[in-house]
Design a protein around this ligand. Sequence first.
Ligand code: 0RA
Length: 638
Amino acid sequence: MTAARSYTAKDITALEGLDPVRKRPGMYIGGVDERGLHHLCWEILDNAVDEAMNGHASEITLTLHPGREQITVSDNGRGIPVDKHPKTKKPALEMVLTELHAGGKFEGQNYKTSGGLHGVGASVVNALSKSLTATVKRDGGEYRMEFKRGKPTTKLLKKKGTARGTGTTITFEPDATIFPKIEFDADTIRQRLEVTSFLHKGVKVVFVNDDAKTRETFQHENGIADYLNAVIKQRSTRPIHDADFALERDNGVRMEMCFRWTESTDEHVRSYVNGIPTGSGGSHESGFRAGLNKAVRNFIDTHKLTPRGVKITPDDIREGVVAILSVFVPDPQFQGQTKDRLNNPEVQPTIDNALRPALEQWLNENRSVAETIVARIVAAARARAASRAAADAITRKTVTSSNRLTLPGKLSDCTAPGRHDSELFIVEGDSAGGSAKQGRDRVTQAILPLRGKVLNTESTALTKVLSNKELSDLVTALGCGIGKHFDPGKLRYQRVILLADADSDGHHITTLLLTFFFRHLRPLIEDGHVFIAVPPLYRVEVGKEKFYAADEADRQRILAEVNGRAKPEITRFKGLGEMMAKDLWDTTLNPATRRLLRVEITDALAADTVMNELMGKDPSARFRFIMDRAEDAEELDV
Ligand code: 0RA
């Protein structure tokens, strides 16, 4: 077999039809929620990317059609073959789109861009689409074939005359009988396309958003090096040295990585496997960390650079590192709830073994850069020792807090002995705290009023965070410690509920608190303990009946409903403090009648970016963020 061997229909091995896909879509695309819906898009996109990755296409265009229900992906690659398969007598194009796993291309040899959940190909998308049209330009002709729910509705049609160029264009509309909500998200798509253009240097990726009438082109000759610069800029941190470390290798696993140390106090790795983001890391990230740690440690030890009394940990070594890691694995195995963690053990040593010597050599050849980096690592080790002392002080207080004396004085604790069903309301301001204290169920509901200013904790070291009285009180009340000392088993409440006024100050404080939870107590969010209370804006009294309205629209709706009855009396709550304890109980505290939003991190990376963008610079944007978050949060029937 030679590389130049041309591909024909006989290379396609047919497996089975598409019925199983429609019966159990979740098995093929993970689910039929928003994520599953976008999965269709990635699936089609990945095929085009494959074509580009193998050097056959230079341009990919994704079009989001008005109404956001339809997508077109087109590439200038070789075009999906259209010749007839000798056995089935069906055009290859039809087989690719109607048979599961059809396509020689999808079986080893070449890397498939996708794997795990991905890699099931265009036929899955076809099966789950109300309609799909494939157009192919190849061998001087243009061909078209149409499908509905995976079944051909036309033969392979050849357009009259000749066509210039080659390529594949696929337009599809997901099937509303499969997906409860069909609305592609332009930001999600845009982000994916941009990353694609970084990971595949030189490829021109165009996003035509016909819904918003915009058009964007992404193309990066320097690939992930450009990506690294963009991420550093976006995280509003500064690199501590100039040129980044970069490594490109192919020893069974094709890998490409680059990184730099920055002033940031955390480590930020964006990793990808066959172009798919691996937000939960896995073997490739472990190999990366191991190689990085060993190389730097070896350099430090060889040159005896550790000051007396300082102990350097792997975390110190990697503090401030911003990295892009992209690997291509022939048969990737993904695991984890969101299938975004690589589980191919053999990948770890491959990366470790490539990175370690290369990085050590780089450090030795760039001595002044290396010294700057080591100085930063030593500083991190010292800061960690200081922050541990600060965190210890608080955790010690917390651990011994079975006697209530050590709890913050302003906490009105609940009387229930255990965490089961107990709630902590974090309330803005003293007067609101007062009504909440009166209105609550004192057995299960604790109130912690925040009086002082809550620190903006985006890019703030733990030591400083804990010197903020409001936040250290909060940590003490929660009981679960923080940072390295975090212990979810010690959490004193089942639910932590942020209760703030429905005005801009309220939004601000909620955002600051969420930032704090996100940066320093993220597992509380991940484990579903954090909620936002939604206090009403209006009370509408009609005769003996009382209604509460969450917003203006709600008020209008209620007024329309009671129209014709007794004259409605409307009260606008200016703040929680003005609300009667009884009103507060009925609307916001009483588990039977209140509205609560659970805070979720749907996509850790997106949340991270949003936090950075919003908390980093523009304060006005913060309000929008919290509004968006509230919309995203799942509404609970508590
Ligand atoms: C199978 C074989 C060949 C190309 C493709 C599939 C192909 C698939 C897609 C999906 C989107 N764009 C695509 N472009 C090409 C090889 C054909 C040959 O050897 O000429």
